[in-house]
Design a protein around this ligand. Sequence first.
Ligand SMILES: [Zn+2]
Length: 98
Amino acid sequence: MCIGCRNMKPKKDLVRIVRNKDGAVEIDLKGKSPGRGAYLCPDRECLARALKAKRIEKEFGAANMQDIAAGLEELFRACTPPDQKNEQADKGVNKQEI
Ligand SMILES: [Zn+2]
């Protein structure tokens, strides 16, 4: 489950965040690091929601939250396409339905 939008998704579609033995939170790109994990869509909106609700902090008691947020932001910027034109195209199609 994504801690941002709370949708159930396959783990392979989510980014894992893990708290290691030292209590520091890391982005676990391989999904295999030991420790307590949480999952997030590779989507900046989900990151923003999770941060706003302080879900990552609550989940991990993370002290290095700023670093994590910056790291995730950077990672997701690469994953999320800059334009959302497809969404607008879908709305146009719906309007023409009788
Ligand atoms: Zn999500």
